[in-house]
Write a protein that binds this ligand. Structure first.
Ligand code: NAD
Ligand code: TYD
Length: 355
C-alpha cells in the first residue's frame, strides 16, 4: 500500500510527508513541480529513505499522473499542489488558473480513470483528499458567525476563486462519477518550512535582518491560525475516517488581528534573540498600502470535524508560535538558502538552466 501526495515539497505538503513517515511505514510517492514554493531541502531528512519517492512533475500532466498511478497503485491521493499566495495571484492570476483549476481537473481525470479500473475491494477503499482553504468562503464581518461547511462560497481573490473552482470540480466528480473524494477547508497555517513571503515567516525573517515589518492597511484584518502539524493530523484523520463526498472545515480556534500577530512575533524575538541595540523589534513595523480586495476576517467553525471524527488541535496559538519562532532561529541555514535562492540549485543541477 502507498499514498500519492501532490505538492509535497511545499510548506504543508512537506510537513505532511515528514509527519506521515514519522508515524508509519506506508510509502509516499511525492509529485511536485518544484515551483519557487517547492523546496526539497524540507525533505532532506528523508534522503536515502526508500519509503519516500520524489517525482518531479505537474499535476496538470495527465499522462505522467496516469503512469504514476498505474505503476504504484496508491490507495489514496492527497492533493496539496497549488499556487497559494494571494498577493502573487493579484499580480499574475494565470498560474493560479493553470494549476489550481486546470491542473486539478487533469489530476481528477487521471484519478477517475485509475479508480474506475480498480477491482474491489481496492475501489471502495480508495480516496482522493483535496486540500483547500477557508478563503473560498469570502470575508466575514466583525460579529458574523464563523464559517461552517454550509457557508456560501464567495471567493474574493484570484487565489481563492481558483481554489473554489477546484473544490467545485472535486464535488462534481463525486456526484457525477461517484469518485470517493474528501475535501478539507483549512484556516491560515504557520510553522516550520513556511516560505517567507507569507506573514509569519516574513516577520521573523525581516525582524532578524533589520528590515521593515510591512503591515497592510490598518493591520486589523483577522485570520484564524492553525499550527501546520495540527492541519496534518486533521488530514490524516479525515483520510482515515471522513465520510466520502463530505467537506470538513479545519481550524485552530485562534482568531488574531495581523497587528496581534506582529506584536507576538516581535515579543518572542525580543525574548529569544533580542536586537543588539536593545531596541524592541516593534520599532521595525511599517504601515504599507493595503492589499487590493483584502478580506477583512476569516474564522473557521471546526465543530463538524470534532463531532464526527473527534479531532482537536494539539497546539494553542501560544505554544505553536513559540515553536515556530524557535524553529526559525534554529534553522537559519534553511532561511539563508531560501533567501539566496540556493534551494533552487538542485533544479538547475538536475534539469539544466531552463528548468
Ligand atoms: P506552497 O505554495 O507552500 O506549496 C505548494 C507546492 O505545490 C509547492 O511545493 C509547489 O512546487 C507545488 N506545485 C505547484 N504547482 C504544482 C503543479 N502544477 N504540479 C505539482 N506541484 C505543484 O503551499 P502550502 O501553503 O503548502 O499549501 C498547500 C495546499 O494547502 C494548497 O492547496 C493551499 O491552497 C492549501 N492551504 C494552504 C493554507 C496555508 O495557510 N498555507 C491554508 C489552507 C489551505
Ligand atoms: P498571508 O500570510 O499572505 O495569508 P492570507 O492572505 O492567505 O491570509 O497574509 C496573512 C495576513 O497578513 C493577510 O491579512 C495579509 C497580511 N499581510 C501583511 O499585513 N503584511 C505582509 O507583508 C503580508 C505577507 C501579509
Amino acid at each position: 500500500m502507498s499514498i500519492l501526495v501532490t505538492g509535497g515539497a511545499g510548506f504543508i505538503g512537506s510537513n505532511f510527508v515528514l509527519d506521515w513517515l514519522g508515524a508509519c511505514d506506508e510509502p509516499v510517492i511525492n509529485l511536485d513541480k518544484l515551483t519557487y514554493a517547492g523546496n526539497l531541502e524540507n525533505l532532506a531528512s528523508l534522503h536515502g529513505d526508500s519509503r519516500h519517492l520524489f517525482v518531479h512533475g505537474d499535476i496538470g500532466d495527465f499522462a505522467q499522473v496516469a503512469r504514476l498511478l498505474a505503476e504504484h497503485q496508491p490507495r489514496a491521493v492527497i492533493n496539496f499542489a497549488a499556487e497559494s499566495h494571494v498577493d502573487r495571484s493579484i499580480h499574475g492570476p494565470g498560474e493560479f488558473i493553470a494549476t489550481n483549476i486546470v491542473g486539478s481537473f487533469q489530476l481528477l481525470e487521471a484519478v477517475r480513470a485509475y479508480w474506475g479500473a480498480l477491482a474491489e475491494p481496492a475501489k471502495a477503499a480508495f480516496r482522493l483528499l483535496h486540500v483547500s482553504t477557508d478563503e473560498v468562503y469570502g470575508s466575514l464581518g466583525k460579529d458574523d458567525a464563523a464559517f461552517t461547511e454550509q457557508h456560501r462560497v464567495e471567493p474574493n481573490s484570484p487565489y481563492s476563486a481558483s481554489k473554489a473552482a477546484s473544490d467545485h470540480l472535486v464535488r462534481a466528480y463525486h456526484h457525477t462519477y461517484g469518485l470517493p473524494v474528501l475535501t478539507t477547508n483549512c484556516s491560515n497555517n504557520y510553522g516550520p518550512y513556511h516560505f517567507p513571503e507569507k506573514l509569519i515567516p516574513l516577520l521573523i525573517v525581516n525582524c532578524l535582518a533589520g528590515k521593515p515589518l510591512p503591515v497592510y492597511g490598518d493591520g486589523q484584518q483577522v485570520r484564524d491560525w492553525l499550527y501546520v502539524k495540527d492541519h496534518c493530523s486533521a488530514i490524516r484523520r479525515v483520510l482515515a475516517a471522513g465520510r466520502v463526498g463530505e467537506t470538513y472545515n479545519v481550524g485552530g480556534w485562534n482568531e488574531k488581528t495581523n497587528l496581534e500577530i506582529v506584536d507576538t512575533v516581535c515579543a518572542l524575538l525580543d525574548e529569544l534573540q533580542p536586537r543588539a541595540d536593545g531596541v524592541p523589534y516593534r520599532a521595525q513595523i511599517t504601515y504599507v498600502t493595503d492589499r487590493p480586495g483584502h478580506d477583512r476576517r476569516y474564522a473557521i467553525d471546526a465543530h463538524k470535524l470534532e463531532r464526527e471524527l473527534g479531532w482537536r488541535p494539539a497546539e494553542t496559538f501560544e505554544t505553536g508560535i513559540r515553536k515556530t519562532v524557535a524553529w526559525y532561529l534554529a534553522n537559519q541555514p534553511w532561511v539563508a538558502n531560501v533567501l539566496s535562492g540556493g534551494y533552487r540549485e538542485w533544479l538547475a543541477k538536475q534539469y539544466g538552466e531552463t528548468a
